[in-house]
Write a protein that binds this ligand. Structure first.
Ligand code: PMP
Length: 354
């Protein structure tokens, strides 16, 4: 059995749209795609009159190296959000199939499933944030096609052990795709689940340049999976998903100099995370700070609504996560610059009396 047997039959059978840029390569007089022959008269406009490469080779190669995978295992997407949507659409039949999620977790898995009219099965994390493989596996139904796990998890910040992921991949083989969302992996130092793809054709890993690579505005993500899964998703991804300026930005970030700066920023964030983790527990109204392997800290407060309002009044926007089960008293605070974090600490130190 192949992982493709889990996919929607009509997507496997689909003849994808064949774009002009895909059909004919080479040549210097390009009159096949109804583009303008003249670049726009704007700064940086050179080349923008042309459609971009659907999967730019240089970027695919750079991401393959970054994620220690072959280029045939990489699909570059508009953020990992797009990869989540593509997976749901390729694997879940509307009104019939389901995805399994472990709340509290990233909201887009359920949103994409609902857009596709796929059912959302919930197998909550333990109160500690830990994911128990047996609990999760017990929730898998015959219609479950995708099992999403997020490590480090947003918004709890904890890791799922590599042995747990390997066990899940094995147990789900032939039944469902294990989608491991590693959006925050760089902040954890934990080994990537991409190494499981060699042994398990049902593992797909989501990565992004939005977090540790400072490129949220460029919308560049990647799915790492077996070539047959990449080929399947290429059937349904729009013809030209990646704007050329975004591809250039990604290549710049992944260049030798870009990597040097990224390492520096990453160290700065890890240092600030440790400083905030140490400073927050002593402050008025702070009940608990969840240990985090990501670039945020989820903090329990005596009065989360009041704290949120005081932060907003000081111009500081944090994420209210009180709607998540088990986090009814929590706010999620992204680790900012030293100065931004000092401002958070100052507001909290002043307490409700400020
Ligand atoms: N996965 C997780 C766990 C996230 O927190 C986010 C962004 N908040 C995403 C995926 C989506 O990121 P992007 O589309 O920017 O790659």
């Amino acid at each position: 059995m192949s992982v493709l047997d889990l996919a929607r039959a009509e997507i496997r059978a689909l003849s994808p749209y064949s774009s002009a840029r895909m059909e004919a390569q080479g040549g210097t007089v390009l009159l096949n795609a109804n583009e303008s022959s003249r670049p726009p008269n704007i700064p940086g406009g050179d080349g923008l009159n042309r459609y971009p490469d659907p999967q730019p080779r240089a970027l695919v190669d750079a991401l393959a190296e970054l994620y220690d995978s072959g280029p045939d295992r990489i699909l570059v997407t508009r953020g990992s959000d797009e990869a989540i949507d593509l997976l749901v659409r390729a694997f879940c039949r509307a009104g019939e199939d389901a995805v399994l999620i472990s709340p509290p977790t990233f909201g887009m898995y359920a949103v994409c499933a609902r857009i596709q009219n796929a059912a959302v099965i919930e197998s909550p994390l333990e109160p500690s944030g830990a994911l128990r493989a047996d609990t999760l596996l017990a929730a898998v139904t015959p219609s479950t096609k995708l099992v999403f796990v997020c490590t480090p998890n947003n918004p709890t910040g904890n890791l799922i052990g590599h042995d747990v992921l390997a066990h899940l991949a094995r147990e789900l083989s032939g039944r469902a795709v294990l989608v491991v969302d590693e959006a925050y992996a760089e902040f954890s130092g934990a080994p990537s689940a991409t190494s499981l793809i060699d042994a398990h054709d049902n593992v797909a890993v989501l990565r992004t340049l939005s977090k540790a690579w400072s490129l949220a505005g460029a919308r560049v993500g990647a799915l790492v999976a077996r070539p047959e899964v990449i080929g399947l998703l290429r059937r349904i991804i729009p013809p030209y998903p990646l704007p050329s300026p975004c591809v250039d930005a990604a290549l710049g970030a992944l260049s030798y100099e870009g990597r040097r700066v990224q390492r520096h920023h990453l160290q700065e964030i890890l240092g600030e995370r440790a400083r905030m983790f140490a400073a927050l527990p002593g402050l008025p109204g702070v009940r608990d700070v969840l240990p985090s392997h990501a670039n945020f800290l989820t903090v329990r407060f005596d009065d989360p609504a009041g704290t949120y309002r005081r932060l907003i009044a000081a111009g500081i926007v944090v994420r209210d996560v009180t709607k998540y089960p088990g986090l009814e008293d929590a706010l999620r605070i992204t680790v900012g610059t030293g100065n931004e974090n000092d401002r958070v600490l100052a507001v909290l130190r002043a307490g409700a009396g400020a």
